[in-house]
Ligand binder design. Structure first.
Ligand SMILES: [Fe+2]
Ligand SMILES: [Fe+2]
Length: 340
């Protein structure tokens, strides 16, 4: 039975993704969830983590652990071999933000191949995106901007990073990887269609945040391994508007970025959402993002289907989605893939 813990300002709680809990283990620390501003204990130390228990709490964005228990969490993770890749979840949120803010300086000190630099920009960006899932809709705008600037510098050095990018992008599908991928593809596309530097930066930024509204949607729906039913699909369709609200609440006033996020699911033939806009009524940033979003969705492995190769994905788009996406953008992508 959940019990509410009085708010105690001396306690600091650290958010963790639900996947820190390992099935068929004994938990060595208390786990909390946030409810109406209070921390509610949901699993006490010493509890056996059964499959049924995991299913019961799967719907929460995160579990929280008192900061003074973080050593216990680390030991539990090591004991159960859920040790992350260096530079991933092992960094605290503060460290991840700092790594992003310091990215320019770090890259100056790195003597490596272009691919290594690109990989560092990718990892730093996706780590940063991962922190957003767990913080209460507060966006690390300066750190995000720092990542986008370095991404744009990469595309200035190597116009076509797509083949290299495919070697860097992890197989696993998560919103933070997907958002990073869309930002990278969008910057490459925006550069190839000769948008201004300012627009390329804006599009990269909007790409990172295009699905931010999903933090308001239950993970049980987002991570559902089978196809969504009508009600679930309806709730997913709120995410562009939620994203628009979250961006505005964070003080973003650039209308092109706001509308890029808000309308990234609109389609040229009017079949998209939330407004069913048609053709050039769909803002340019939204059309670029929509194309890159669909491309990443097709090329990423999902639990309910296999992924397409990048070239197959473009053929699908060219043949079956030709009324939904700008032909010029699809052709530009095809050219980029043909060059290698
Ligand atoms: Fe989306
Ligand atoms: Fe998306």
């Amino acid at each position: 039975m959940a019990r509410i813990v009085q708010r105690d300002i001396t306690n600091k709680y650290i958010p963790y993704k639900l996947d820190i809990l390992v099935k068929e283990t004994i938990l060595s620390f208390d786990c909390y969830i946030k409810r109406h501003g209070d921390y509610v204990i949901i699993i006490e130390a010493g509890t056996y983590i059964s499959k049924a228990l995991l299913e019961k709490i799967d719907g929460n964005k995160a579990v929280y652990v008192v900061k003074t228990d973080s050593e216990k969490v680390n030991k539990y993770r090591i004991d159960h071999e859920i040790i992350d890749l260096p530079g991933e979840k092992t960094l605290s949120e503060k460290e991840v933000v700092k790594a992003a803010l310091d990215l320019s300086e770090t890259l100056c000190n790195v003597i490596g191949t272009f691919k290594e630099r690109l990989s560092l920009v990718y990892t730093t960006t996706s780590n940063l995106m991962q922190t957003i899932d767990n913080v209460d809709e507060k966006l690390p705008l300066d750190a995000l901007h720092a990542c986008v600037i370095q991404l744009v510098k990469c595309v200035n050095l190597e116009m076509n990073m797509i083949p290299m990018l495919f070697n860097i992008i992890p197989d696993e599908y998560t919103t933070h990887y997907h958002s990073t991928n869309v930002a990278f593809f969008a910057v490459i596309l925006a550069n190839s269609i000769h948008l201004s530097e300012e627009e390329i930066i804006d599009i990269g930024f909007a790409g990172l945040l295009h699905d931010i509204g999903k933090i308001r949607i239950a993970p049980t729906i987002l991570l559902k391994p089978t196809r969504l039913d009508e009600e679930e699909y309806k709730s997913i369709k709120y995410h562009p508007e939620f994203g628009y609200e979250i961006l505005k609440d964070n003080g973003i006033t650039n209308q092109r970025i706001l509308n890029g996020v808000r309308f990234h699911h609109e389609r040229l033939d009017g079949s998209g959402y939330p407004k069913g806009l048609r053709g050039k009524l769909i803002p340019k940033y939204a059309r670029v993002l929509g194309m890159c979003d669909a491309f990443d969705a097709l090329t990423t492995k999902r639990t309910f289907r296999n992924n397409y190769s990048s070239y197959e994905a473009l053929l699908v788009m060219k043949q079956e989605m030709v009324f939904q996406f700008d032909k010029d953008y699809i052709n530009t992508f095809i050219q980029l893939l043909r060059q290698h």
